[in-house]
Structure formats: C-alpha cells, structure tokens
Design a binder for this molecule. Structure first.
Ligand code: HEM
Length: 517
C-alpha cells in the first residue's frame, strides 16, 4: 500500500512540475512577446563589459568619447578589480544624477581620497550618509552661502588689484606668465577666505611654500594610481613610494592646519563676547559651529574641520585659475570676441579706474564668455567619481552596488546633438539660450548636479568674473613675438582639473585711463 502511495505521489509531483514548467514557459513567452510588441526595455540584465583600464588612455575624457561613439552613452568598463560605468549623454546623466541620484551619490574610498579626507571626515570625498549630509548643510548654509560670498567681496577686489599691479610692474620688460599669476591670485583669495590672511608677501602675487603644497596635493589627487583600481594590492602603494609621498604631504598639510586652528582658537578665546559673524573667516565659522553643537545639531570633530578646510583649498585654488587661463587663451584665439568684451567692460566702467563688483551685473557678454569657457573647457571633465550605494536598474540594465560611476561632463558639453558647432568658442550661443550651469541642464554641468553638486559655485564664479573683467579693462593683450595665433597651444594635461599643458604667456599693454577724481 505504501509503495502505491509513493508511486502516486511521485507521478503527481512529476505532473505538477511539468505543468508548472509549461506555465512558466507560456508566461515567459507571452511576456517576451508583449515586451517586443510594446517595445518595453528588456528585463534587467548585466551591462556587457566593453573595455578595461587600457582604454582610459592619457586623457580619459577624450578616450572615453571615442568609446561612447562606438558603444553608446552608457558603458561598462572593468577597471582592474573595479566595475565602472561611464555616462556620456544628458539623458543617461539625468537618470543617474536626478532620477536615481540617491542610489549613485556616494564616493569611492580610494587610498588618496581617504588620506586627504581624514579617513572620510570631509565633505567632497566621503561616502554618502548622515555625516556627509550634516557637513553639506553646514557648508552650503554657513560657509559658502551667498551672504558670505558678498562678505568677501573686498578680499576679491583687493587681490585682483594686486594682480593688476603685478602685471603692470612686470609687463614693461617681459611677457607675463598669466597661468602662474592666476594661480597665485586664486590661492591668495582662498587663503584670506579660509584663514583670514594671505601667505604671499604683501602686495605680491608670488608663490608661498604652502601654495606649492596645495598644488602637490591636487596633483596627487588627480594622479593615476594602480591601488585605486586594485584595492587588494594596496601594498603596491608602499612599493611604488606613493604611500610615502602621501604621508609626507599629509603630515605637512595637517601641521599647517593645526597651527592655524590653534591660532584662531586662541584669538577667539581672547575675544570672548564678540558676535561679529559677518567678519569671520572659514576657520572661525567652523570653530564657532563646533562650540555651538546644540544649534548645529551634531558635534563637529577636529578631523571634520580639517577635512572641510582642505576641500575649500582644493575646490577654490586650481579651478578658478584654470577657468581664467582657458578664457584668456580662447580670447587670444578670437580677437573679435576679445574686442567685444573689452568694449563692453570699458563702456560700462568708463574712467572709474577699476572694475568693482557692482559693475558685474552690467557685463552680460563677459558672463557669456565665462559660460562658454566652462562649456568648451569643462575643467573637472569626469566630475568627482561616484559610487553606487545599492543595486539599481538603468535603462533595463542591472547596475550592482559599489559600481564606480564616471560622468563625462566634458563630452556632453561638446555633443553636436545638444550644441550647434560644439567645437567652436562662441559666447553668443548663450544669448538666446536659457541654459545655465546650476545642475538642471545635463548637457552643461561643469559643477556637477544632484546631491553632490559643487557648493562653491558662487565663490568660484565671483572670483573669475571680477578678475577677467579687470584684466580686460586695464590691458590690451598681444602674443609674444615668437608665437602666432595658430601656434597657441591648446593641449590639455591629465589631472583632476584640466589645465593647459604649456603656461599662457602674453604681452600686456596697459591702456591709459584718464581716471575721474
Ligand atoms: C570654477 C570653479 C569650480 C568648479 C568648476 C568646480 C567643480 C566641481 C565639481 C565638478 C564637483 C563635483 C560635483 C559632482 O560630483 O557632481 C565639485 C564638488 C565640490 N566643490 Fe567645486 N568647483 C569649483 C569651485 C569650488 C569652490 C570655490 C569651492 C569651495 C571654496 C568648491 C568646493 C567643492 C566641494 C566641497 C565639493 C564637493 C561636494 C560634495 O561632494 O558634496 N568648489 N566642484
């Protein structure tokens, strides 16, 4: 009897399995057909790998453009041990940085980023989470707010004045190295905003020791390190000497920050009772926030303060200088655009003797030039790399958690589908075009977009505008005798920030302005 029951249940199980299988096949087939009929994207599947580390080449934003032309705007590369997706169109960028921003807004913990972010205690290189949210809020509302941009207006105007005086002094004898001068000026501005003092000699726009240190760190951060792509071979950094270099630079930077923080704490103690928040530099703001943790809603650690300070340096020094360098390079290549910009600024400012920030609102063409420079020379071409925090589906493809994400903002700003004659420098295109760089128009995102958008846009743009307006107002510019317009070097260097390979060296001819007294 038992045997018969066993046999019966065996037959029933087999029958049920066959029916289930048939039903599953039927449903699958129906699903497939209806998907085809309704043109639905295929069910989530793995995005095929189309390349590896070799494909990145010397200038990754350019090599990746060639790949995107062949494989489309969403690509999967296996970079050593790291799976990475490359985003190359506004449609895909909008999915990544808007629709699924929460899934893609973390950052990878590479050895260099971890070191200089005080182990993820900063705002720019830390993973997404409560800690980042708190710092970003503090950064946006307190440190980099519009009110504070206005507060530092005199700092920018004074440092631009120093720049103009320095150019005047040196231009009678020799050509001026504008690349170098822009870097010094923006470093002096950021030092005064962060620490309330400059580190170059008074009245000078020369390099200080700590200025070189910032540049070395920026170079390290933009460098290519095997350990970034082979995390299980971290020891490689020790063998190649990278670890030693990191430690040395970090130690110097850390000591410098410690000294400044101590000095600020001491002067705050001696000045108890002052409530002149508007006169504070960034260190003051951070130390006050640390003291007032009830209002702040969390307690700010020493490492967080130092991490944020470093973010401000990295964000504020090289980026503005590189934008100015490219803007002047393009103006030298297009004398008619240069003339139109000079006519505008000289007619608005007249014989006042200098451009001040009140004048900027009337300099519409100057703003178009800056937009066009940021479009054609997107100076952080792949933005800061992101990392997915969870599994996500993009255009029917499964993107697993911990995938690295590179958004090629540079290629989107040169896409012929979005821009007429995209390779030509044409500020007029912004005249009728309401597109701006605030992260809403994905074909133009030099400051990124979504939760991770740059919080220093106003600080950066304010410095660029006042500097460019003044150098156009005070001087006519010529190429040195050994250079012709066709020879202007437009080659880019590889790094986090896109610089010109050779410095911009020009002859400055001061114009005579009959200053009204
Ligand atoms: C022309 C000037 C500048 C450009 C082109 C620029 C560009 C960028 C870009 C592309 C990002 C990454 C955005 C993303 O991942 O989506 C970024 C992030 C950031 N920038 Fe800027 N930046 C500039 C100026 C500044 C200034 C002046 C500061 C501060 C003083 C600053 C501070 C930061 C910080 C803290 C972040 C990290 C934000 C986060 O991860 O949440 N930037 N910037």
């Amino acid at each position: 009897m038992d045997k018969i029951l066993d046999y019966q249940s065996f037959v029933i199980t087999v029958l049920v399995s066959i029916v289930t299988l048939l039903l599953a096949l039927l449903v699958f087939n129906f699903n497939l057909r209806s998907r085809r009929r309704r043109k639905l994207p295929p069910s989530p599947q793995r995005l095929p790998v189309i390349g590896n580390l070799h494909q990145l080449g010397e200038l990754p934003h350019r090599s990746l453009r060639r790949l995107a032309e062949k494989y489309g705007p969403l690509m999967h590369l296996q970079l050593g041990q790291i799976p990475a997706i490359i985003v190359s169109s506004p449609e895909v960028a909008s999915e990544v940085m808007k629709t699924h921003d929460l899934a893609f807004c973390s950052r990878p913990a590479t050895p260099v980023m971890m070191k200089f972010s005080y182990n993820g205690s900063d705002m720019a290189f830390t993973k997404y989470g409560e800690h980042w949210r708190q710092l970003k809020r503090l950064g946006t509302l307190e440190i980099l707010s519009m009110k504070r941009v206005q507060h530092f207006r005199n700092v920018r105007e004074e440092e631009v004045h120093v720049l103009i005086q320095n150019i005047r002094r040196s231009c009678s004898q020799e050509p001026v190295n504008l690349s170098e001068m822009f870097l010094c000026m923006s470093n002096n501005i950021i030092c005064r905003e962060v620490f309330g003092k400059r580190f170059s000699d008074d009245g000078q726009c020369n390099r200080s020791e700590h200025h070189d240190l910032v540049l070395e760190i920026i170079e390290l951060m933009g460098g290519f390190f095997l350990a970034d792509f082979f995390p299980s071979f971290k020891w490689l950094s020790v063998v190649t000497g990278l670890q030693g270099k990191l430690e040395r630079n970090f130690k110097r930077m850390n000591e410098f920050f410690e000294r400044e923080i101590e000095e600020h704490s001491l002067s705050m103690k001696n000045d108890l009772g002052r409530d002149d928040k508007e006169e504070d530099d960034f260190v003051d703001v951070l130390l006050k926030s640390q003291k007032d943790s009830t209002n702040l809603g969390f307690s700010l650690t020493r490492d967080q303060i130092k991490g944020v300070l470093l973010n401000m340096f990295l964000g504020g020094t090289d980026t503005s200088a590189a934008t100015l360098e490219w803007a002047m390079t393009e103006l030298m290549r297009y004398p008619s655009i240069m003339k139109k910009a000079q006519d505008e600024v000289r007619s608005v400012v007249g014989n006042k003797g200098k451009v001040d920030e009140n004048d900027l609102q009337h300099l519409q063409y100057l703003k178009f030039i800056i937009n066009e420079t940021l479009r054609l020379h997107c100076i952080v071409p792949l933005l800061i790399p992101r990392e997915s925090r969870q599994d996500c589906t993009l255009f029917g493809y499964d993107i697993p958690k911990n995938t690295r994400v590179f958004v090629n903002a540079w290629v989107m700003a040169r896409d012929p589908k979005s821009w007429h004659n995209p390779e030509v420098f044409m500020p007029e295109r912004f005249e009728e075009n309401a597109i701006n760089f605030k992260g809403q128009h994905f074909e133009f995102i030099p400051f990124g977009a979504g939760r991770r958008i740059c919080p220093g846009i106003q600080f950066g743009v304010a410095a660029i505008e006042i500097a460019l307006a003044n150098i156009l107002y005070h001087f006519n510019w010529e190429l040195p005798s050994w250079l012709s317009y066709e020879d202007i070097d437009m080659t880019e260097t590889f790094g986090l920030v896109l610089h010109k390979r050779s410095p911009l060296v020009l002859m400055a001819r001061p114009i005579n302005i009959l200053v009204k007294t």
